[in-house]
Write a protein of this length. Structure first.
Length: 156
């Protein structure tokens, strides 16, 4: 039997996997959504705050690894599907609150989500946080039509 030593004690493999999946769902999804929902901000500002939070905290760092693992473990796949549904519903709700029709909100939420999940997987280059934050502002503006009150130099 494989055992893992942690600050909280010793876990077997099953307990380690369970706790890892629980962490992904609660800490990297539920708590972030709850925190952003309590901001006294417009939906567009909440979306921008979410995108910045993901970039600054690299909460998408292990998404591709977990997704690869989900292809071989149904328990992991179940959690990945549930987390995806929660995250997409949260972002879709923000777009609905911005006034987009349901179909548009669904497409915009998927575009946002697929970019966040896929960016680290598809692009092999490491980018600076500053560069990613600049792209987030533009991506947010394109998806929402909402211009943040931040001056940017023209792109070349």
């Amino acid at each position: 039997m494989v055992r893992f030593a942690t600050y909280g004690g010793v876990w077997n493999r099953e307990e380690f996997i369970s706790r890892l999946l629980e962490y992904r769902e609660t800490e990297l999804t539920d708590k972030i959504d709850a925190h952003l929902s309590h901001l006294h901000a417009k939906p567009a500002e909440q979306l921008l705050a979410l995108l910045k939070f993901i970039a600054e905290n690299e909460t998408n760092r292990y998404d591709s690894s977990v997704r690869a693992w989900a292809r071989t473990d149904e328990r992991v796949a179940t959690v990945v599907r549930r987390v995806d549904r929660k995250r997409l519903a949260y972002v879709r709700d923000l777009f609905l609150k911005m006034g987009f029709r349901a179909e548009e909100a669904g497409i915009r939420s998927r575009m946002s989500y697929f970019y966040v999940v896929g960016e680290r997987t598809a692009l092999a280059e490491e980018r600076t946080l500053e560069s990613r934050l600049e792209d987030i502002k533009l991506r947010h503006e394109l998806l929402t039509g909402w211009r943040a009150a931040v001056k940017r130099p023209p792109r070349s």
